[in-house]
Design a protein around this ligand. Sequence first.
Ligand code: UD1
Ligand code: PEP
Length: 425
Amino acid sequence: MEKLMIRGGKPLNGVVQISGAKNSAVALIPAAILSDSEVILDNLPNISDVEVYSEILEEFGATVVRKQDQMRIDASQLRSVAMPNGKVKLLRASYYLMGALLGRFGEATIGMPGGCNFEPRPIDQHMKGFEALGAEIINDHGSIKIIAKQLVGAKIYLDVASVGATINIMLAATRAKGSTIIENAAKEPEIIDVATLLCAMGAVIKGAGTETIRIEGVQHLHGCRHSIIPDRIQAGTYMIAAAATRGDVTIDNVIPKHLEAITAKLEEMGVEVIEQDESIRVIGKKRYEPIDLKALVYPGFATDLQSPMTTLLTQAEGVSILTDYVYGTRFKHVPELLRMGANIRIEGRSAIIEGKKLNAAKVRATDLRAGAALVIAALIAGDDVTEISGVEYIDRGYDDLEKNLRRLGANVWREHIVDELAETC
Ligand SMILES: CC(=O)N[C@H]1[C@@H](OP(=O)(O)OP(=O)(O)OC[C@H]2O[C@@H](n3ccc(=O)[nH]c3=O)[C@H](O)[C@@H]2O)O[C@H](CO)[C@@H](O)[C@@H]1O
Ligand SMILES: C=C(OP(=O)(O)O)C(=O)O
């Protein structure tokens, strides 16, 4: 086990390169299962979720070759359609194995997904979609068995615009007989990225990125080469960190359109944001206005940036209200920020945040974005050292975090945890 050590007090300055998107990568890797020839993915992020997913595919019998930011996946010789336990429990997006295996083999047995369980995260809409396509679902001691003699296209209305359910149904429906229509589909950019890959593999998908997606099933999907879109959540995190430390950072290799919601809220606080074609420069200011912020589905403000934004709002002069309409109890970062001197109160699905100076402390990340919130807090917490444990969560989604922060001038390093019991008490 490791912990991050950060001596705060330095503004971030310079340029940071953003890698490919985690939430695309973890769907594109299993999507390769749908093809019986090689799929090449470029611009992969160097994060543990990608590492774990490639190991999962190898355990299934796929050949996976990783070279820098490229992955070549050959799933022609898959040996199994079942992983009820083991690595599937390490990440949330292992649920995409269900849609991909179901599409290719008409069968899958997968353990309930793990990952960041900051609140109950049901997958009933995924199951509703598979059932509508003609599959039978059997719950078996914590794993889910899904079988279909023949997947048949259907019209599916999602009760909530779920990213995971939209992609999972899309994966299975590419190989179903006839047409599938997903209504109230999620519109996140990662959904367009997955549809782009599937179309390059020979699928017929229209409307990805809108609330109605139409899929014409095909009998066969072939190999292709695809470059993953930039990670808008990593980019947003660096934007927030630049503002919080009153720095001046250019965030490179981004799609500014994907960052409109965070850009707008930073500007409302008084942060200077300059958009270029594929980069965004964020210039921090001395004083920030408090704001009201609502985390919503895309194109609204991303819930994944809600925790880092909580930290920034502790630097505003006055009271901000942050409400998460996607995950109403995603506030595990708040007790840790309180240890660092923050003044935050939770009311229902809102955090009421009063501007306050933060101090260094010993804190614990209990999920990925809570970890990001604590890293930003540590960067602005005086010039003492903050120790952050639970680094394994941060490693799920931030490519080269320490290297990037050091290049921007931060004083950050990693240490082994010697006494694990003392750390968790
Ligand atoms: C791997 C990945 O892409 N993860 C992202 C994905 O997670 P994930 O796909 O799991 O999140 P969803 O979009 O499915 O969840 C959105 C909302 O729908 C609810 N819901 C979801 C599915 C379901 O079957 N039933 C149901 O009620 C959830 O509890 C939540 O309130 O989108 C989330 C919302 O943008 C992000 O925080 C995650 O980073
Ligand atoms: C919640 C997240 O990821 P996951 O759905 O993979 O747990 C996240 O990226 O913030």
